[in-house]
Design a binder for this molecule. Structure first.
Ligand code: VGL
Ligand code: ZN
Length: 193
């Protein structure tokens, strides 16, 4: 089966940044495998008039999530560094809206909806269905999908070929899939038409 997108659809590409890909500071196994899959969805979105949004983890150098400050993670996605750039093969359209998150030193945010900006954009554009892929399944994808399911009237689909997990503890990725499904998201294995 294949999916036909319309102007009531939007694609959310979550944190497809160098630091989450192999060789990056917080590499997700096989993280770059999401890129060609998302490029197909981006192409389908462009052809159908669907909107494309891309979130990015955008930390100041002294972010509280970093190990130096007692946080969980090695320093990653520091603003304006190569590690924070989108993967070079990701074909974001010129008019894609980029949403930065966790850009203040003392605030952590895994969800692309944290600032409220993305919700406003989706409302303004009359979006009814949201298609989500990116990195990482068990952190920013999960948090973003859970927030999206709270938006009235929005149907949320997770593109399962287009996500990869950090799996700090084995099974975290699978548990995230369960949590997203339980929240009402649809785990989608079809490709765009
Ligand atoms: C993320 C860990 C730390 C993510 C961001 O984008 O999933 N994970 N910061
Ligand atoms: Zn982060």
């Amino acid at each position: 089966m294949s999916i036909k997108l319309t102007s009531g659809d939007a694609l959310l590409v979550v944190d497809v940044q160098n630091d989450f890909c192999p060789g990056g500071a917080l590499a997700v196994a096989d993280g770059d495998a999401v890129v060609p899959v998302l490029n197909d969805w981006i192409a389908a979105a462009r052809e159908s008039g669907a909107r494309v949004f891309a979130s990015r983890d955008w930390h100041p150098v002294d972010h509280l999530s970093f190990a130096e400050r007692g946080g969980l993670w090695p320093a990653h996605c520091v603003q304006d560094t190569p590690g924070a750039a989108f993967h070079v093969d990701l074909e974001l359209p010129e008019d894609a809206v980029v949403v930065s998150k966790a850009d203040e030193a003392d605030h952590e945010a895994y969800s692309a909806f944290d600032s409220g900006e993305l919700t406003e954009h989706l409302r303004a554009a009359g979006i009814r269905r949201l298609w989500v892929g990116g990195l990482a399944t068990d952190y920013c994808v999960k948090a973003s999908v859970l927030d999206a399911t709270q938006i009235a009237g929005l149907e949320v689909h997770v593109i399962i070929d287009a996500i990869r997990a950090v799996d700090v503890t084995p099974g975290d990725g699978e548990a995230a899939l369960d949590a997203m499904r339980e929240a009402g998201a649809i785990l989608e294995d079809a490709a765009p038409a």
